[in-house]
Design a protein around this ligand. Structure first.
Ligand code: A3P
Length: 359
């Protein structure tokens, strides 16, 4: 279920389960046990609040995370070492990860596959490359992702300040593509998504409750604004290391943004490719209309296993794919409050995002 494409081999890699039938050697078992103990001790010391999917989330180093995700973070810090050629896709939840996964994969592998018979069509964008936050402990042994060809690509929702220095230090040459979105649309998208994943043992999270939590920063991987600001500042300091994209710009001018992306990834389109329509082909292949209609992204098409508890159907990564759906949910007063948080938080940063007067 939790698979990702291995370019060149044109196959899906199936991580070996660490919890299932496979025998785990003692050393590995001990490492897991130690980590569980560390997590337990850590959780006992952290402030907690209401989770959107599970009962509680915890404030860890300034960001709200579920226990499973904190475990992933501990593992990343303990076991993951970025390579100089790695490219990370980072985003707050529901800001365009799926879209960017498809675009980055299609761009990096454009010489390998024909657009009409492309692995993305069969497997969908979630399979394009691993989601570091959870795949690090779905793979066994605690994965080094060594089987992935260079440049390795990974997605993460973790805030910039939480990442190990092998990834985030300006002196390491690995790169980040960060995509963000109007917080109002991120809120709507996240509420829909998390409501689907929410444990059936819990009462549903009403929209008003989600809105209140979101405004207070209490939302998995959030506060939203600190997440965006962390990557924004890092991108200002090291523009060669972090490409900062906005969902809205991509919707408006996908070809322009795709060309930026390809150049940043060190794989610029040649004049010949541009003339041959390669940019347009990738935009079309990765469009919401195309991806959301693929069999693999429809009912029964498949699912992604993020943790033992969290399995997400591929189709749930696609909803409307539009800018401004918040207008169907937020009152004027609610809009005003979110916009004013954005304005205050981003003041003097040079960043604007989703302000109504900007549109
Ligand atoms: P909506 O819920 O507003 O429709 P993520 O991939 O980070 O989880 O974000 C999901 C959001 O991106 C959802 O937004 C989803 O519909 C939208 N999305 C998914 N694939 C897309 C694509 N190819 N183009 C544009 N938007 C896309």
């Amino acid at each position: 279920m939790s698979t990702y494409l291995v370019p060149d081999q044109n196959t899906c890699h199936q991580p070996t389960s660490i919890t299932g039938e496979n025998q785990i050697p003692t050393e590995e078992e001990q490492a897991y046990k130690k980590l569980d103990e560390k997590l337990k001790g850590l959780l006992a010391t952290l402030p907690k609040d209401k989770g959107w999917r599970s009962a509680n989330i915890y404030l860890h180093e300034g960001f709200w995370l579920s226990p499973q995700v904190i475990k992933g973070l501990l593992m990343i810090n303990n076991y993951f070492h970025a390579q100089s050629t790695d490219i990370f896709l980072a985003a707050f939840m529901k800001c365009g990860t799926t879209w960017l996964k498809a675009l980055m994969f299609a761009t990096a592998n454009r010489h390998r596959y024909s657009f009409s018979d492309h692995p993305l069509r069969r497997n969908g964008p979630q399979s394009a490359f691993p989601f570091l936050d959870t795949h690090i402990f779905l793979d066994y042994p605690i994965t080094k992702f060594e089987h992935l060809p260079s440049p390795r690509m990974f997605a993460t929702h973790f805030a910039h300040s939480l990442l190990p220095t092998s990834m985030s230090s300006p002196s390491s040459t690995c790169k980040f593509v960060y995509v963000c979105r109007d917080p109002k649309d991120a809120l709507i998208s996240k509420w829909h998504f998390m409501s689907k994943l929410r444990s059936k043992e819990l009462p549903p999270l009403s929209f008003n409750e989600a809105y209140e939590l979101f405004c207070n920063g209490v939302s998995e991987y959030g506060p939203f604004w600190d997440h965006v600001l962390g990557y924004w500042k890092a991108s200002q300091e090291s523009p060669e290391k972090i490409l900062f994209l906005k969902y809205e710009d991509m919707k408006k001018e996908p070809s322009v943004e795709l060309k930026k992306l390809a150049a940043f990834m060190g794989m610029p389109f040649s004049a010949e490719e541009e003339k041959g329509g390669v940019v347009g082909e990738i935009v079309k292949l990765c469009s919401f209309e195309n991806l959301s209609n693929l069999e693999v992204n429809n009912e029964g098409g498949g699912a992604q296993k993020f943790t033992a508890q969290v399995v997400v159907e591929n189709r749930d990564f696609f909803r409307k794919g539009k800018v401004g759906d918040w207008k169907n949910y937020l009152t004027e007063e609610m809009r005003e409050r979110i916009d004013s948080i954005t304005e205050t938080m981003f003041k003097n940063s040079g960043l604007t995002l989703g302000l109504t007067k900007e549109a």
